[in-house]
Design a binder for this molecule. Structure first.
Ligand code: NAD
Length: 438
């Protein structure tokens, strides 16, 4: 199969590379010349474990290439995937479809033969029909179908998620489009990974419902954690005990500083907005959005307590700024709420993150960037663990504590035990939901 992939971000690049590894001929297009220049030079513009090796392998095999020129990419393509951003529109929470519609118009202007136009971006229900209208209006002679193929990969584990998905969701209207999508995903189908084929609207809805459900699960355990602190329970034991119930499952039950990232915040807002527009408010999701903001604010209160009521003049070492480990993505990361509160309150902030510095330098002004966690903690009044990178999971706690001016720790990912921290010399330790022995 010949595939064009529009957008070489976290989803487009991973999908393009993986499709080429299936044996398809893939051309990835982006309108950002910097990204295409890097890709053509063999450099990966994002941090995603394993992506560079797989990309080089397929470029060398002649199945994968990159271009700024959409027309050449879609010439002869069986399918063209739209994998551009759908950020939150300013003001109303709706998904901004400007990039998707611009891509659809460009496809319409340049496509000549039958092609399936596949939306991989996360888009509100009804968008694929709008794409169809836009393309038909721009090029009435074009023979085409639309398909919805939402993506479920997680940054940091994206290649494995794409190659071994829990399921692939495909929304189509015609047999012809279904056949093209089946051929594209045949390598997965042959290995028994389930493909859910449905109508366009259901495919679009599956993606939002799944993300909103996961955001709800995280927020649920975060609220339980707050109650654990009051009643003397330990949320780690609570989530372990809950998660062993097969009906609940142990994933997405880790209490933390609030969900962030490129998907949950914007997708929950977009789903809430879709509900309001159809006079069917999704109250549970509206509450999740509100509670998640409160969770982030509660983190600031924790840090204030550990700093004796004021950040002014304190030195705070922050370990981790990306929204989760194994990515350089900073979009809607909790650090973007917490670090400015520290800086604004007069703290000297030293940040340390294995991949977050490049983005973080723009997004978090007034922060000193330090490569080594021990150097960041030296002379500090508070150590905050904000992202659970492996590099921060087995730190030498006595070494850290003895080098700090005030050995206080805010473990916002619950990776250490209070007793271990205290035995190592930390005079104050606070985690999330650890009212008990934790
Ligand atoms: P991104 O911002 O990392 O990448 C989007 C890319 O599209 C950018 O490189 C941009 O330059 C390019 N682009 C925009 N308009 C273009 C055009 N007309 N022609 C060519 N290139 C164009 O975005 P992302 O994180 O990859 O997300 C893409 C979509 O996938 C979003 O809808 C998102 O919700 C969804 N999604 C993301 C993830 C994730 O973990 N990041 C997971 C599942 C789904």
């Amino acid at each position: 199969m010949k595939i064009a992939m529009i957008g070489t971000g976290y989803v487009g690049l991973v999908s393009g590379v993986c499709f080429s590894d299936f044996g398809h001929e893939v051309v990835c297009v982006d309108k950002d010349p910097r990204k295409i220049e890097m890709l053509e030079a063999g450099q990966v513009p994002i941090y995603e474990p394993g992506l560079d090796t797989l990309m080089h392998k397929n470029v060398e095999a002649g199945r994968l290439s990159f271009t700024l020129d959409l027309a050449s990419a879609i010439d002869g393509a069986d399918a063209v995937f739209i994998a551009v951003g759908t950020p939150t529109r300013r003001g109303d929470g709706h998904a901004d479809l400007t990039y998707v519609m611009a891509a659809a118009e460009e496809i319409a202007r340049t496509a000549k033969d039958y092609v399936v136009i596949v939306t991989k971006s996360t888009v509100p229900v009804g968008t694929n029909r709008k794409v169809k209208e836009v393309v038909a209006a721009a090029n009435p002679a074009l023979d085409f179908d639309v398909a919805s193929n939402p993506e479920f990969l997680r940054e940091g584990a994206a290649i494995d998620d794409f190659m071994k998905p829990d399921r692939v969701v495909v929304g189509v209207e015609t047999e012809r489009a279904a056949k093209v999508m089946e051929d594209i995903y045949r390598p997965l189908y042959l290995r028994d990974f389930p493909i859910v084929t449905t109508d366009l609207e259901s495919a679009e809805m599956i993606k939002y419902a799944a993300n909103a459900f996961l955001a709800t699960k995280i927020t649920f355990i975060n609220e339980i954690a707050a109650l654990c602190e009051k009643v003397g329970a330990d949320v780690k034991s609570v989530s372990k005990g809950m998660g062993m119930d097969g009906r609940i499952g142990n994933k997405f039950l880790h209490a933390g500083p609030g969900y962030g990232g490129s998907c949950f915040p914007k997708d929950t807002k977009a789903l809430a907005r879709i509900g309001q527009e159809h006079a069917t408010p999704i109250s549970i999701v509206e509450t999740v959005i509100k509670v998640n903001e409160e969770v982030k604010r509660r983190m600031i209160d924790k840090l204030l307590d550990l700093c004796g009521g004021s950040f002014n003049g304190k030195t705070v070492a922050v370990l981790g700024v990306t929204f989760k480990p194994n990515t350089d993505d900073m979009r809607d990361a909790p650090s973007l709420t917490i670090v400015p509160a520290l800086v604004g309150g007069g703290a000297v902030v030293r940040a340390c993150d294995p991949q977050g510095r490049r983005e973080g330098e723009h997004l978090l002004p007034g922060v000193d960037w330090i490569e080594d966690p021990y150097a960041a903690a030296r002379g500090a009044d508070l150590l905050v663990i904000l992202t659970e990178w492996n590099e921060f999971r087995a730190l030498d706690l006595p070494r850290l504590a003895s080098s700090m001016t005030t050995p206080h720790m805010a473990d916002l990912r619950n990776i250490y035990d209070r007793d271990d921290a205290k035995n190592a010399g930390f005079t104050a330790y606070d985690g999330i939901g650890r009212g008990g022995a934790g």
